[in-house]
Design a protein around this ligand. Structure first.
Ligand SMILES: Nc1ncnc2c1ncn2[C@@H]1O[C@H](COP(=O)(O)OP(=O)(O)OP(=O)(O)O)[C@@H](O)[C@H]1O
Length: 299
């Protein structure tokens, strides 16, 4: 649904994107992670047709986005810094959206009134930042888009509203196969909602993976030994991390779980556990193994 190929963007002498390629299939949620200045917003602004690329291609539903109103009519963009026309009430903004988006549903708008509980006669610019974000989702979801592009979407929302907003978006993904690209600094926020993630750093994609895969081929073994801890336990996988405390060994290995389990048993531990890994740990070990200090890349 979303296809970005070798995207390059320069601002004066600064190369903000250096040949980035990503693909987001219909009905999936792609998380774009990266520290400040990595290029997330720049990439997003290409996806929604604000910027024209210096090189590469950017297509949504098979068509270029830049200067293409037909494609823009299927995309809802919720930016980090919201902008609303100052005299508009929620109701007036809804009428504006209804004209802009062919898929707009007044029925949905009415249903979502109960969720957001904001008086639609209120002028949007007089609402708090978090309430303005809620209005952006209220209108965005009512527009029935095929694609949602969300830049730091839940920043400024309280925890209950974060959950509500994500559940509405994910419901749309499940029922209407909406395609979502979401940017964030926060790995934990994305862990529960994305099925793919990409890490952008200094204008390049460091890593791009399917979450299930990412978690399924890295394993953390905890073993306790009565005697000497063997130097080498695994011969089939790649050891990403090893920590020994007294008689307990924690070892993070990439490889086939069954084979690794057999090798671990062979070493003769008195206790053997496979511990669950968070996405953050997976990234720490994956990128650490490639010479990156993840702490400097993500929070
Ligand atoms: N309009 C612009 N003119 C000049 N430089 C820009 C412009 N927009 C972005 N940049 C530069 O491009 C780089 C990427 O910026 P971008 O806003 O895409 O990062 P980001 O990953 O979204 O960061 P953040 O997490 O802080 O929002 C930065 O070095 C930034 O200074």
């Amino acid at each position: 649904m979303i296809e970005v190929r070798d995207l390059t963007k320069r601002f004066g002498g600064h190369e903000a994107l250096k040949g980035v390629s990503i693909e987001v299939a219909r009905g999936s949620v792609y998380g774009l992670l990266g520290p400040n200045g990595a290029g997330k917003t720049t990439l997003i602004k290409h996806l929604v047709g604000v910027y024209r690329q210096d090189a590469g291609t950017v297509t949504v539903a098979g068509r270029p986005v830049y200067e293409n109103p037909d494609v823009k009519a299927i995309i809802v963009y919720i930016p980090d810094e919201l902008y609303f026309f100052s005299p508009y009430s929620v109701e007036e903004a809804a009428r504006f959206y209804a004209d802009l988006y062919p898929g707009w549903s007044w029925k949905r708008y009415e249903i979502l009134k109960q969720v957001f509980a904001i008086d639609p006669r209120r002028r949007i610019t007089r609402l708090s930042r978090g309430m303005q974000k809620q209005v952006a989702f209220w209108l965005g979801i009512s527009a029935m888009p095929q694609v949602m592009v969300l830049d730091e979407p839940v920043d400024g929302l309280d925890p209950i509203m974060r959950k509500k907003v994500w559940s509405l978006v994910l419901q749309d993904v499940a029922e209407r196969e909406t395609t979502v690209l979401v940017s964030s600094h926060n790995l934990r926020e994305l862990e529960d909602v994305c099925d793919h993630v990409g890490i952008l750093h200094n204008g390049s994609l460091l890593l791009e993976r399917e979450l299930d895969d990412l978690k399924s081929d890295i394993h953390k073994f905890q073993m306790a030994f009565t005697g000497q801890i063997p130097e080498k336990i695994f011969s089939s996988g790649t050891v990403l991390h090893r920590q020994q405390k007294g008689s307990v060994l924690q070892i993070v290995v990439k490889g086939d779980k069954e084979k690794l389990m057999a090798e671990a048993r062979q070493a003769g531990p008195v206790i053997l556990d496979v511990l669950p890994l968070t996405l953050e740990e997976v990234f720490i070990y994956e990128l650490g193994g490639r010479g990156y200090d993840i702490q400097g890349v993500l929070i």
